[in-house]
Ligand binder design. Structure first.
Ligand code: SF4
Ligand SMILES: [Zn+2]
Length: 350
């Protein structure tokens, strides 16, 4: 799990790496080549990996159940360079994050490329679904695969699953959904043409737009009007727009035109089960959920001579009610408790 440099997500998660689309401007391919190590040597370590048939009948794919190590014992992130590889051992990395995050799944691949077997995709999606506190964002240049998987009932729905199409011009197909309630977005990165509108019948729920980076011969530098036209379409339909920093860095648009908008569902951050249990609890009487620090921690002695230990939590209302039944003034107890807490907090600040 990597803290991401990609501006529109918090983390990238790469259970599959490698892609066969051959885009001339591919950043992932350049990065992978830098960290591949000695690929010939890796290919010779046949006991460390298995081969699998590609779904489109092309060259075989690679499967790693354990990380492959180099001669010094360090794990290799891309032992087969940009060849499609399933890194099955990476799933548990999703558990390392305590808070819910926006996770871009497959930043160094096209998980939905035609060569990827259905069962790889299903495996990745099901590992994500097991950890519902995160938002998962996917991107493909092959949006038809989303449609096929959705038709087969294999594409999970939910506010935390976001299916993106990577497009560069208004003629590229993208995944949209008007009936099945999938969340869909487009990433126009790099933008290579003016967008008069969106060709599909439905609109995306979110638009990410950025210019081409790197120094490729024939690199396309967008005109400011292309970006303004996108914003105009988005504003007309109430679609949030996220612009990449480079649009300002390259002086394509001014800082005052910059947008960093997210759909509301992607602004939500939830807690992991572990942290949730630590911070929140149920009132023992009314069973409503509160922050533990807002409830009364009721202590009880199990026998004489031993220290009182935690017995249960009560919300303040239930605590007051139970005090009343035994003729104790709850208000004064709560005042003392609140005073003590304030003192403790002041001490911490000093
Ligand atoms: S689809 Fe993405 S990962 Fe694949 S070659 Fe094109 S830019 Fe690279
Ligand atoms: Zn209660």
């Amino acid at each position: 799990m990597n803290r991401s440099k990609i501006e529109w997500c918090d983390h990238t998660f790469n259970p599959i790496t490698g892609c066969r689309h051959n885009c001339g401007y591919c950043y992932a391919r350049r990065m992978t080549a830098r960290f591949a190590g000695d690929v010939r040597l890796n290919l010779n370590a046949k006991a460390d990996y298995t081969l699998e048939e590609a779904a489109d009948g092309g060259d075989p794919l690679y499967v790693l159940d354990r990380p492959m190590l180099n001669e010094t014992g360090s794990p290799l992130n891309y032992p087969f360079n940009f060849e499609p590889t399933l890194h099955r051992y990476r799933y548990e990395r999703l558990d390392n994050l305590k808070m819910g995050n926006n996770i871009f799944v497959g930043a160094m691949a096209d998980i939905f490329g035609e060569w990827v077997p259905d069962h790889w995709i299903e495996e990745v999606l099901s590992e994500c679904a097991k950890r519902p506190m995160h938002n998962y964002m996917f991107l493909t240049k092959n949006p038809g695969r989303y449609v096929k998987l959705a038709d087969a009932g294999k594409l999970p729905k939910g506010d935390n699953f976001w299916y993106g199409s990577s497009i560069t011009n208004p003629h590229n197909p993208y995944f949209y959904d008007t009936t099945r309630h999938y969340h869909c977005f487009v990433s126009i990165e790099p933008i290579h043409e003016d967008f008069g509108g969106f060709k599909g019948m439905g609109l995306p729920e979110w638009i990410i737009v950025g210019p081409e980076t790197g120094n490729r011969k024939g690199k396309v530098v967008p005109d400011a009007s292309w970006i303004r036209n996108i914003t105009a379409i988005a504003d007309k339909h109430g679609i949030p727009v996220f612009m990449k920093d480079k649009l300002v860095v390259y002086k394509i648009i001014g800082e005052d035109e910059m947008r960093r908008d997210y759909p509301p569902q992607l602004l939500q951050r939830s807690l992991s089960d572990k942290i949730d249990k630590k911070i929140n609890g149920l009132c023992d009487m009314c069973k409503a959920k509160y922050k533990k620090r807002d409830m009364v921690n009721v202590l009880a002695k199990t026998k004489r001579g031993v220290a009182a230990a935690h017995s249960c939590y009560l919300c303040r209302d239930c605590f007051a009610r139970s005090c009343k039944t035994i003729g104790v003034d709850a208000e004064s107890i709560l005042e003392i408790a609140d005073g003590k807490r304030k003192e403790a907090n002041n001490e911490k600040e000093l």
